[in-house]
Design a protein around this ligand. Sequence first.
Ligand code: ADP
Length: 195
Amino acid sequence: MAVYIIFFGPPGSGKGTQASRVAADLAIPQISTGDLLRSHVSQGTALGKVAKPIMESGALVPDDLVTAMLRERLAQKDASGGALFDGYPRTVPQAAALDGILAERGGKVGAVLFIDVPDAPIVDRLVKRAALEGRADDTPETIRERLRVYREKTAPLADRYQAAGVLRTIDGFRSIDAVAADVRAAVEAARKGAR
Ligand code: ADP
């Protein structure tokens, strides 16, 4: 059975790093809506043109655009055995849309790994990443805005997934390896549940 796992947490929590490790272990794709959007921006597609200024401001790209992009990505062959979602869903309507898309495929969200990190270290990490990667949305103002948007729009999803019994909270303020060990255990438990 296909396994669908969401990596959830504030920007800079390390969810992308953890998701890419698990993706390599399980040989299922990591689907990062942030990466997909950045590639639209760099290719100058119609979606990229809409998304660019929104991303640079730290706001969220409209739900319908992100959901259409996600649906298209999931339809690709490499996602037939499941997917790891990194940075998606980010709003209640996106979560509802994802439930619908997965139901059409005969699947459901198997686990939501909440990588929990306090605000202070996050700002530190993102400022360092800005220096390393030169991402246009890693300025101090947009970092603050992205955290604010996360608290307002994304953090409430924890309640939804808690109620569904799939939320696993992992202390993300530790070494990458220590976090990865807990992530692996949670993924293993979710896969057993899916069988
Ligand atoms: P981070 O996790 O560090 O915030 P991402 O690469 O996930 O970075 O996202 C960067 C930006 O891309 C977001 O600030 C937002 O503008 C846009 N974005 C990414 N995923 C979504 C999504 N699911 N819904 C709306 N906007 C998104």
